[in-house]
Each structure stands twice: as C-alpha cells, then as structure tokens.
Ligand binder design. Sequence first.
Ligand code: NAP
Ligand code: SF4
Length: 671
Amino acid sequence: MTATPATSPYPHLLAPITLGSLTLRNRVVMGSMHTGLEDSRRHLPELAAFFAERARGGVGLIVTGGYAPNKRGWLKPLASEMTTRLQAMRHREVTDAVHEEGGAIALQVLHAGRYGYHPFVVSASKRKSPISLFTPRALSTRGVERTASDFARAVGLAEKAGYDAVEIMGSEGYLINQFLAARTNDRTDAWGGSAEKRMRFPLEVVRRARQEVGPDFPLIYRISLLDLVEDGQTWDEVVTLALLLEEAGVTVLNTGIGWHEARVPTIITQVPRGAWREATARLKAAVSVPVCASNRINTPELAESILADGQADLVSMARPLLADPDFVAKAMADRGDEINTCIACNQACLDHTFSNKRASCLVNPRACHETTLVLGRTRRAASVAVVGAGPAGLSSAVAAAERGFAVTLFEKSAELGGQFRLAMAVPGKEDFADTLRYYTRRLDVLGVDVRLGTEADEATLAAYDEVIVASGVVPRLPAIPGIDHPSVVSYADVLAGRVVPGHRVAVVGAGGIGVDVSVWLTHDPAETTDDWMAHWGVGDPSVHPGGLTERKARSPLREVTLIQRKTTPIGVGLGKTSGWAHRAVLKQSGVTQVSGATYDLIDDAGLHLTVDGEHRVVEVDHVVVCAGQESVRDLVSDARPDWYVVGGADVAAELDAKRAIKQGTEVVAGL
Ligand code: NAP
Ligand code: SF4
C-alpha cells in the first residue's frame, strides 16, 4: 500500500494509535454491521473475503457483526454465536485472512435481549419492545449471573480465535442497554432499581471479560450516548457508567446513538452529517480512555475534522467501508475524491439485513459478494460503448474501464448523472452528489472517452465490440383529462429547478418520488442541524433523559396534497429502515394524504378527484406528476440481440439506483 504522504490532508485520521496490546495503523474503525454472512459456518469463506478486502484497503480495525454469547441472545433463530471452542477455531479462517492483509479485527459480542426475533428472548424485565413480536422473559437473578459469564466466555473464545480485540455491544437498545434504562428494567433484585444497580450488569460483564483475557487485551465497549427513547438514561448516568467501565477494564469506548425502537432517525441520509459529534466530544471530555465517534460520518474530511477538533480519538464508519473497501487506501494516497461515498440510504445494507437478506451496498454491489461478483482484468483488447450516463450507464462504464476495456460513454444531455441529478435535489438526499462526483472522477482517472451532448446511433455503435444500452427512462404522463393544462408539471421539471411550483400543490403518484417531491415542496432549505434536532425532539441529555424532548413543529413552505389510486397507506413501499422516517416527515410537514383516488380532470379549478364515491376538487396552483416512468428503448431492437440493455431502459417499473448499478456491474462482469 502507498505510504501516507507527508502533506496528507488527513494527518489525524491516518496516525497510528495503541490500544492495550494492539497498535492500529490508523484511526479508522470499520464499525460492526450484521451482513448475514455471520449466521452460517458455510459463509465463513465469503466473510473472510469480505473482511480481507477491507483489510487490504488499509482500514485500521474491523469490527465484525454481532455474535451472541448464548442462544437466548440470538438475533434470530440459529443466528451467529460465539459459544464453543470449535466455533472459535473455525473463525481462524476470518482472522487469518485479515492478518495476512496487515489488518486487525475485533469480534463484537452482542446479546439481542428483547430485540431477538425468536420465542426464547430474555431481558432485564418482561417488557415487550414496540418493534418486536416476542415478549421477553425476565432473566432470573442466577440467569443474569450466567449471562455475564457467557459474555466473558465469548470474549475469551474470540481471543482464542485470533481476534485482536472484542467489542461488547452496550448500546442501540440491546440487552445491556435494556438493563441500563429504567424504561426496560424494573427489577427489584441487585440488578435493577437504582441507576447504580442498573449499571451492575455491564460492569460485571466487563470485569469478567477482563479476567478472562488478562490486562492488555483490548476491550471495546459500545456505550449508548443518547438512548433517544422515553425513560432513557440521563447524561449523568452515561458518564458515571463510562467512568466505572474504565475502572472495570475497558480499553476504548465506542459510541452508539439511539435504540432501534427510537423514533428519531440516527443514520439515514436526512440526518445531517456529523450530527452526533458534539455528544461524543462531551463523553471524551469526561473520560481518559480513547473514545470512538460513530454514526453518520462518511467522508475522510469529516472524520479528520472530528479528530482534529479533539472530539474523539478514533472514528467508526461501518457503511462507508461497505461502499468502498479502499476508503483508507485512497485517503492515504490523497485520492479522497475517488472514494465511493456511502449515501446513507440503507437500501442494500440495513434494509436487506432487516428483511433477512444478505447485506450489500447500493453504490457497491460487490459488497458481501466479493467471491462471486468479480471484476477481473480482461485479456481482450475490446472496445465497449455505453449509451446513457445515468446510474446504470455510469456503473457499466466504470466497471468496464476497471476491467481494462476501452470504453466510450455517450450521453445525450450536456451532463452526467441522469436520475442521480434529480435524486440529489431532494432534501436529505444531497449525498447522491457524492456518487456523481465519484463516477465523474473515476471516468476521468480511468480514461473513459466521455461524449456529452452526443446521441449515439446504430451505425456509430456497430463499430464497437460490445454495446451496453443504458438509455434510461422518461417520466410517465398519465392519461388524465386535462393533463396538458398549464398547471401540470413533471417531477423532473421541479427537481431540476425548471419550474418553481406555487403555494398549493397536488402530487399525483405516491411512490418513492411522490414522497420525495412532497418533502421537497414543503422543506425549508434554510434548515440547520439545530433545527433538524429540534424537529425530531433531540434535546440536551443533561436536561432531558435519553436526550429526548418535545418536537418543534415544522413550518412547511407549501400546502401539499399527495395522492394515489391504491387504497393502501401511502409510503408502505418505502425502505424498511427509512420509510417510517419519511412518512413521519410527511406528517410533520402537514402533507394531506389521499389514497383510493380516481383522477377525473385537471382544469383551472384544480385537480378533480373521486374518492370513496365522492367528487372533490383539490384547488392548486400546480399539479406535479410523479406517476412512474417509461423505458427509453430507441436503440433496443431484435436486430441486435447481442447488445446488452440495462437499468430503466431494460425495465422501468420499480427501477431504483440499487438495481441499475447492480445490473450494470453484473453485465460488465460477464463480458
Ligand atoms: P413508483 O414507485 O412506481 O410510483 C409511481 C406511482 O405512480 C405509483 O405508486 C402509482 O400509484 C402511480 N401511477 C402509476 N401509473 C399511474 C398512472 N397511469 N396514473 C396515475 N398514477 C400512476 O415510481 P416512482 O415514485 O417514480 O419511483 C421510481 C423508483 O425509484 C421506484 O422504484 C422507487 O422505489 C424508487 N425510489 C425510491 C425512493 C426511496 O425512498 N427508497 C425514493 C425515490 C424513488 P397508484 O397506481 O396507486 O396511483
Ligand atoms: Fe451506504 Fe446505502 Fe451502501 Fe448502505 S446501501 S452502505 S447506506 S450506500
């Protein structure tokens, strides 16, 4: 790997740090993420390849997904656990693979408590979580003791498996957090009641773990800084716990924000970047062990500034390392502008995990498929033409150039990006601009012949060895009487800034784009991070336990009515881990939602609807059509069955960037 230049823009991030017996080559921690590869031993080779690629890319420390210390702590039936010596020995495949690449790896020990998705769940008390199906059994006093010992055993086994450190998961509302908060711990024995007694369980876990592994083995504890739930911990309790954890033998405090059941988004795109750095800084000021910042940090610049400002000693980034395994190597080589930035969409990572599917990444479909989606160097001296520079075309062009093909990219318009350009105009989706920056830079570095403002025709394309048609989509114009009325505009016109809608707007079509456009229409662009916190009710944790206070009402910029023909609730098809937050923003922004509508007419009076047999008129200045898309297939013909068709040009229905980028990459892998 390239050495860090003396004038690196990231001197703090790339500086080594010693944690007990372990010296890390830099301060970048790949945070824990459950990928789905942890749960079966037959996936260990793929897990090893996944981590090895990140170790090769220079990350300082990798933290695995969570492994339960016993069966009751499973995340789901037969989920990952570290309970036997045999399991530990099998993990050598993973730890050896990382060490061979010069990396270091920690095992995370996680007891799901009442978040487990199985009937044997246990917790501090018998209190069901609002996001779980199963009511937990309260652990008996002896059960608590045994569980603490199980944690210690898992830590000892991790050391035997060759892990360089262990992270004990004490945040995000899992078992340890359930012991800590009055919300979930109403025990009357020695493990509940006062704050001091609620803290006994994590302290006992750490003490026993420390005994198991000796004084120098790095023990990381992930502490919940802000529970963001009612009856969460007070800031005094958090700091007291941190100091006691230090005494009990913790080497590093990693930081977590929000329980899974919290109704405040903590990591998705709409959360301002670096939103939680102040909370981390507050903890750092109170303790003497190194502190690791995490959540919504996705660029080396932001990570560097957190370290340079003395707000943390390490920075944890989980999804950004899924998006780009070479994040650190690129930062080291001062090629930060070539990093494929995580856009915090959750679409292919957490949404997959929570749907029981293998995690991957929207901007990097190779993530967790390292052994099967291989972009090896080609030996063919072949030329490849790609038509269209939207998500599918960009991913095809870059992947083909990375394989060593001579690539020409034709784009009819004057700019790269296609639907990316529209997505990045949506409030809270600005990060898509980074995806466009990544592709633009990669095309340049790889020497792709980019021809903007050029429409490729069949004769031109016939000269190429391979042709990939990614000509994209056009917005659908539904056959509503009056659709040619001057008040009717397309979502593309609005998001591209070609039309500024008036104060009263009807949005036709409530799919992902209808919701996005409604947010755009009502959002105040002057919203600051402080405003965002206030709208979600995030308050000072030293005043409000759990950091949760009353929400400040939004002042929507427009009156919006969002309409669909389906009778299902609006927004049900949105992402599993982000849809609830988008739906909440619609509500907070006063968007009127109408389902089960028939569109009768658009005229000067507005949009005429029939709903439940009743006629009504929505009086509006503009009607924004978000009724899906249709494929552009001018170049698709039976005469050229050898041309590949990808993205929206292939299938427009339910097209999203995840499918487009994946398909483009897969087609190129098969060339
Ligand atoms: P979409 O999700 O297919 O939604 C279009 C909506 O328009 C449909 O829900 C449909 O609802 C309505 N519609 C379809 N044909 C119509 C017609 N002839 N007349 C009137 N209404 C009609 O498409 P999209 O919103 O354009 O989104 C495109 C893709 O981007 C989707 O895959 C979407 O998931 C993705 N996306 C995702 C997000 C996200 O947050 N994850 C955000 C933006 C976009 P009714 O038939 O019920 O009226
Ligand atoms: Fe980031 Fe989205 Fe990829 Fe997840 S799927 S790692 S959130 S870009």
